[in-house]
Design a protein around this ligand. Structure first.
Ligand code: PEP
Ligand code: MG
Length: 574
């Protein structure tokens, strides 16, 4: 079978070996043969059954604390219930198509219209629509397409409902297409199922039951792995399980360097499940609550009660811990339908500029925040700041909200995200207006290097580029000279190619995704200030990102980095 080994994109970590299970995605020829009336009824029944199934799944996910995933599945349920879709499917069946074909044809123009918009988020919705058609098609013929336990599912693409429904049976998933932002990937990550996407059409040649090896940390897939590879992957899967157990044991240890400097370790979260995962991993609080993620499908600026509903399940869990809540960061890659005409890519109106331009952009959320913050240490974080006046405006709205909803409560802390180069260059002036700063290295890197973070073909934008390092260094120094704390909440906070340098620069807090809390704690614990400072001297003298990264890695315990190294074993390209 060729190719023997392929490389795709790591979309949800882990490793596995198991028999291939290939679901036939081809509906042509399935079922059918009945009178048009019967096929039309079957098409309707298939879509209704798919919608019911998705509804039950959403309920189960919510019950298990996966609120964000439940929302994605519910959005799919709504698509399956769409009246125009049901009618179109019936029409196709009455014109002679089998029920599965009729559903696929009804879905096709909608999916194509979404795919044509050339937006990765909408493309994910197009993939969801195809997944609904496949599932409804199978249900319309009464055929079962459940995988047996322990298999590696191989498919061109999967919907979030399929991933969630089958999760108990899956050793891993390999997708020929799909992307890391696809909804299937989001669900797989939160359910801990190893997933490789974009492995290319070669993987679809795997026969039912063929043994498949998956290293989803590196995005590698073996069709019929040899004995050594099989052993290596099984060992790796066992190590992943051991690591999870060790993480659990160590979760109460502080993120303290060998010579006794403690960094506060916080988490980035946008859903109830992520807050729970963060606290389970030992995070001391939330360093970045991406409040806008609950409203990506919103039809208008969310009202106060809607904010309460979104925030309460997250803040309720925090007790006296830190709750750093970002005001709505709409625009760019996070544009709900009602703002589609008002924004325009990475350089269009976004973040605080967009929110302050509307009377409902900030105030309802801050009132809601005071209603639900309870005992948490509340910090209001303002995205895409470039001007101290933006902070002053948000502070004014926050104080008014406090006076209206919780008179007598202390002034909330207000901080700026430093994610635009202009803000880093003006960090001293901004720091004077703020109670804390938080460096968003994802956008800071994108804007400093003119490299679209959404675009797969963009210049390789890395936060350890010497220019970005200088912007970060300048921001940390500015915060400290103003006597306020500074945290880093972009992906770089947990990256061994930058983290030691952040520690040497004196960062006070690191905020990382829940899945990276344990690893970040271990990196910090492997450092000494002396080694980190030596790395910083080398990094500041470096001319290239690679040299900065190498300098930083030299400060981290080698044994910790070994798990990240690439194997050199004959990988064929896609
Ligand atoms: C950032 O830009 O680094 C950041 C943390 O914000 P987001 O990734 O949500 O844009
Ligand atoms: Mg950002």
């Amino acid at each position: 079978m060729t190719p023997r080994v392929v490389r795709g994109t790591p979309a949800s970590p882990g490793a596995a070996v198991g028999p291939a299970w290939t679901r036939s995605g081809d509906v042509a020829g399935q079922g059918g043969g009945g009178p048009p009336d019967a096929e039309a009824a079957a098409a309707r029944r298939g879509l209704e059954l798919a919608a019911d199934e998705l509804g039950r799944l959403a309920q189960a996910l919510r019950g298990e604390g996966h609120g964000g995933d439940a929302e994605i599945v519910e959005a799919n349920q709504l698509m399956a219930q769409d009246a125009t879709l049901l009618e179109a499917a019936e029409r196709e069946a009455l014109a002679g198509a089998s029920a599965p074909e009729a559903i696929a044809r009804a879905v096709a123009p909608h999916a194509q219209a979404l795919a044509d918009l050339d937006d990765p988020l909408l493309a994910a919705r197009a993939a969801d629509l195809h997944a609904i058609a496949r599932r409804a098609g199978a249900l319309s013929t009464g055929s079962s397409s459940e995988p047996p336990a322990g298999v590696v599912v191989i498919a061109d693409d999967l919907g979030p409902g399929e991933v969630a429904a089958w999760s108990g049976n899956l050793a891993a998933i390999v997708l020929a297409g799909g992307g890391t932002t696809a909804h299937a990937a989001i669900v797989a990550r939160s359910l801990g199922i190893p997933l490789v996407t974009g492995a290319g059409p070669g993987v679809l040649a795997a026969g039912e039951g063929d043994e498949i090896g998956v290293d989803a940390d590196r995005g590698m897939v073996w069709l019929r792995p040899d004995g050594d590879t099989r052993t290596r992957l099984r060992d790796r899967a066992a190590r992943v399980a051991e690591r999870a157990e060790r993480d659990r044991r160590e979760r109460r240890q502080p993120a303290r360097t060998g010579d006794g400097r403690t960094i506060r370790l916080l988490a980035n979260a946008g859903t109830e499940a992520e807050v729970r995962a963060a606290l389970e991993a030992g995070a001391e609080g939330i360093g970045l609550l991406r409040s806008e993620l609950a409203f990506l499908e919103a039809a208008a600026w969310p009202a106060e009660d809607e904010h309460v509903e979104a925030l309460r399940p997250m803040l309720d869990q925090l007790g006296h811990r830190i709750a750093t809540v970002r005001t709505l960061d709409f625009g760019g890659d996070k544009t709900p339908p009602f703002l589609a005409g008002a924004t325009g890519g990475a350089l269009g109106p976004r973040g605080v500029r967009l929110a302050l331009a509307s009377a409902d952009g900030v105030a309802p959320q801050l009132r809601a925040l005071f209603r639900v913050s309870g005992d948490a240490v509340l910090r209001v974080l303002v995205p895409m700041v470039t001007d101290p006046a933006e902070i002053e405006a948000v502070r004014g709205i926050a104080n008014e909200a406090r006076d209206a909803v919780a008179p007598g409560a202390p002034d909330p802390m207000v901080g700026a995200m430093i994610e635009v180069p202009a803000a880093a260059l003006m960090a001293r002036r901004l720091a004077e207006a703020c109670d804390f700063l938080s460096i968003g290295t994802n956008d800071l890197t994108q804007y400093a290097l003119a490299a679209d973070r959404q675009h797969p073909g963009a210049f390789r934008a890395v936060a350890h580029h010497p220019a970005v390092l200088r912007l970060i260094a300048r921001t940390i120094a500015a915060a400290h000279s103003a006597g306020i704390l500074v945290d880093v909440c972009g992906e770089a906070a947990g990256d061994p190619e930058l983290l030691p340098l952040l520690v040497a620069l004196g960062v006070d807090e690191l905020s990382v995704s829940p899945a990276r809390i344990a690893q970040t704690r271990r990196y910090v614990r492997s450092l000494t200030t002396q080694r980190a400072k030596a790395a910083l001297v080398d990094a500041l003298a470096a001319r290239t990102a690679d040299a900065v990264g190498a300098a930083a890695r030299a400060a981290v315990d080698r044994a910790l980095l070994e798990g990240l190294e690439e194997p050199g074993d004959g990988v064929e390209g896609r």
